[in-house]
Design a protein around this ligand. Structure first.
Ligand code: SF4
Ligand code: SF4
Length: 144
């Protein structure tokens, strides 16, 4: 009975955590719309190897994503996001903060960086609130 109750409690707090994260993404998108950086959605930055870019993510964001979508089989040595389909992100609603804040648009680099820092702090605060150990590491290796 005790085990059952604690499992139930964990499920409820995970649902709460995910709903708080979803709300942060919503607020982020609202803030981002005021900057409106340019992106032609070419998908190049999701091909990490070619773009010479390592995408970092917090573990709760990766949990949130993989809770909602199935991770396709992929070869980590190719260094391409497995959710990139025909040069488009296949999981836009669930993608992580680093995906949402990366823009190659130099004109708005500073503003998008500041926004990234703001929401990165807010996501980090969720770890404290839910008594979780902070984990922030390369996205692809968290999927394996
Ligand atoms: S941020 Fe730049 S590289 Fe990435 S999809 Fe948009 S235009 Fe392409
Ligand atoms: S989750 Fe989407 S936006 Fe993020 S790296 Fe993968 S394809 Fe790109």
């Amino acid at each position: 009975m005790e085990n059952h109750n604690s499992e139930k409690k964990q499920t409820v707090s995970r649902e709460q955590l995910f709903s708080e994260l979803k709300e942060l993404y919503r607020l982020f998108e609202q803030d981002l719309s005021l900057i409106n950086p340019c992106c032609n959605k070419c998908g190049s930055c999701c091909n990490f190897g070619k773009y010479d870019h390592v995408l970092y993510a917090s573990s709760i964001e990766v949990d949130y994503l993989t809770h909602h979508v199935k991770v396709p089989d992929f070869d980590i040595s190719e260094d391409v996001c497995p959710f990139l389909k025909n040069n488009k992100c296949d999981v836009r609603d669930y993608r992580m903060l680093s995906c949402r804040t990366f823009y190659c648009d130099e004109k708005h680099k500073e503003e998008t960086q500041l926004l990234h820092e703001k929401y990165h702090r807010l996501i980090k605060a969720l770890y404290n609130k839910y008594h979780l150990d902070w984990k922030y590491s390369p996205f692809l290796s968290q999927l394996k």
